[in-house]
Design a protein around this ligand. Structure first.
Ligand SMILES: Nc1nc2c(c(=O)[nH]1)N[C@H]1C(S)=C(S)[C@@H](COP(=O)(O)O)O[C@H]1N2
Ligand SMILES: [Mo]
Length: 317
């Protein structure tokens, strides 16, 4: 199955406008030219704005989100991926990840909890599995509708019993450069890490994902277990998780560390807050012509706005 032609602005790593300190550090390390050119500065996507094109009628799937938009096809979801541990080339992740070892696998949950515990994949089964059809909006300006299988993270967090001091949840992906060629470049501060405020992590929309389209999650989508936080930019939905820690202070995250002015800790989808290098007002839904308007909180405003009551979302981005 061939994907539509994808513009170079979306293939170039969007994220990599680095902090000055980091650029200096990289300069000092004298990284090879390969690494540097792989991370050349992306061009913003100055594309014509066309809003909400109509959904075609001959749909390949009966799965739709709550707005009636069809789920993306399996081929789209599994062949256009951001997973920098493998490569920055979205259309090469699937190939490079095909032999990724996802079993045995454990997720260690600790930090400020009463009952720290290491779960293997069988242990996670007791939390059940339900289908959730979520929009995924990448900070680069493209989106998909994805039928995940998983369970709300709060089920697991309740079991480990967060202490009252715990205010944030920190997530960490696998570090295994033998399997993940992208990690052999020290350009990024591996392992990939992400974080949520505890109330965000406890929100019913926050899903621990173990499957896709009723199948086990393929490696390129973050097998065997990843997060889906649908009202935030895609990079918050961390893949291939091995550690979850309850912590007191806001944890450092990979993108906030490499480019703090571009990627805030919250990173809620917000069409009114442009990225410093491109607008976030519209997005390209993969498989659809033109662009559509980006919705506040990616269309989940009714469910999540209360989490941010009293916060200035232009400052707390
Ligand atoms: N560990 C890890 N998690 C990650 C990423 C990554 O590079 N490494 N990329 C993020 C980004 S930028 C996006 S848009 C989504 C993409 O998820 P998908 O490939 O399943 O669509 O994963 C996120 N989670
Ligand atoms: Mo992304």
């Amino acid at each position: 199955m061939k994907l539509e032609k994808i513009r170079p602005s979306e293939i170039t790593p969007e994220h990599v406008y680095l902090s000055r300190r980091r650029v200096l550090r990289i300069g000092a390390l004298a990284l090879g030219t390969a690494a540097l050119s792989a991370c050349g500065l992306p061009s913003p996507s100055p594309e014509p704005t066309q809003t909400n094109p109509r959904v075609p009628k001959d749909l390949p799937t009966d799965k739709r989100d709550e707005f009636g938009d069809p789920a993306n096809r399996w081929e789209e979801i599994t062949n256009y991926n951001n997973f920098y541990e493998f490569t920055m080339d979205k259309q090469e992740v699937a190939r490079l990840a095909q032999n990724f070892k996802t079993s045995p696998w454990t997720v260690t949950v600790g930090g400020l909890v009463n009952r720290p515990r290491t779960y293997d994949l069988d242990d996670l089964r007791k939390f059940g599995e339900e289908e959730r059809i979520y929009r995924l909006r990448c900070v680069e300006g493209w989106s998909m509708v994805i039928p995940w299988l998983g369970f709300p993270l709060h089920k697991l967090l309740r079991e480990v019993e967060p202490l009252s001091k715990a205010r944030y949840v920190r997530f960490e992906s696998l570090f295994d450069p033998d399997q993940m060629p992208g990690q052999r470049l020290s350009f990024y501060p591996w392992p990939y890490a992400e974080g949520l405020r505890l109330d965000e992590a406890m929100h019913d929309l926050t899903l621990l994902v173990t499957g896709l389209y009723g199948h086990p999650l393929p490696p390129q989508n973050g097998a065997p277990v990843r997060l889906a936080v649908p009202w935030k930019y895609g990079f918050k939905s961390i893949k291939s998780i091995v550690r979850i820690d309850l912590v007191e202070e806001q944890p450092a995250t990979l993108w906030n560390t490499v480019a703090p002015h571009e990627y805030g800790f919250y990173s809620n989808v917000n069409p009114n807050k442009p990225h410093p290098r491109w607008s976030q007002a519209t997005e390209r839904r993969i498989g659809e012509p033109g662009r559509r308007r980006t919705l506040m909180f990616n269309g989940y405003e009714r469910q999540v706005a209360a989490l941010y009551a009293g916060m200035d979302l232009m400052k707390n981005y």
